[in-house]
Write a protein that binds this ligand. Structure first.
Ligand code: AKG
Length: 206
């Protein structure tokens, strides 16, 4: 790394190593603690290639205890079944996902193989994801965004009110949910304005 100003630093470094401006001026935080953002985890060429491969997968509607969500999903490695058994075995991760998995794992400070589970979400226009925290059986989550921009909304109860933070997610970026961002805050996404895929990797809590 060259010794230039802050503009030379990768965004992920800035997020973790510099005092946020919000802390200096008593502004609301820009992201919950434990959230990390990495722009351009994949190149535009990789995004196109991944999107073409994802098109061919047999996505199914997300089912949650009799409720059918508008997003469609597919899992590899392990699958979390919300309709009874919980964690079950899923088909192995395809080879073409492994380079992205390894980069996602590096963002979480993990070896690639630690991400034993991937859930791929397909949001067609109008499909949201509601308020939730990921299942406690999982530890860290890294999500890779493809095709469309969205906003990750966070909320945390603060007495009778909610504290809220919105974080934009750009296509080809990745985010890490760890620490309080993972366990204290719920997250959701608004209805998609255009088709978006997210590739979300998770490791098992030790
Ligand atoms: O699409 C996203 O990036 C969010 C995915 C998510 O929250 C989940 O799969 O639980």
């Amino acid at each position: 790394m060259t010794g230039g100003g802050k503009g030379d630093l990768p965004a992920a470094f800035i997020c973790t190593h510099l005092t946020p401006v919000s802390a200096l001026f008593d502004l609301p935080p820009v992201a919950p603690d434990g959230f990390r953002y990495q722009p351009d985890l994949v190149t535009p060429e990789e995004e196109e290639d991944l999107a073409q491969r994802l098109e061919t997968l047999p996505f199914e509607p997300f089912l949650f205890r009799g409720y059918e969500g508008r997003r469609r999903v597919i899992s590899f490695g392990l699958r979390y079944d919300f309709n009874g058994p919980g964690l079950v075995t899923a088909p192995p991760m395809p080879d073409w996902l492994l380079p992205v998995r390894d980069r996602a794992a590096a963002l979480a400070g993990l070896p690639g193989e630690a991400f034993a589970h991937v859930l791929i979400n397909e949001y067609r226009e109008g499909a949201p994801i509601g308020w939730h925290r990921d299942r406690p059986v999982f530890e860290k989550v890294v999500g890779v965004s493809l095709l469309a921009q969205t906003i990750m909304r966070f909320r945390r109860r603060d007495g009778a009110r909610f504290q809220r933070i919105n974080v934009p997610l750009e296509p080809r970026s990745a985010y890490l949910l760890d620490g309080p961002a993972r366990t204290d805050w719920e997250h959701s996404l608004p209805e998609a304005k255009a088709r978006r895929f997210s590739i979300t990797f998770r490791n098992l809590r030790g």
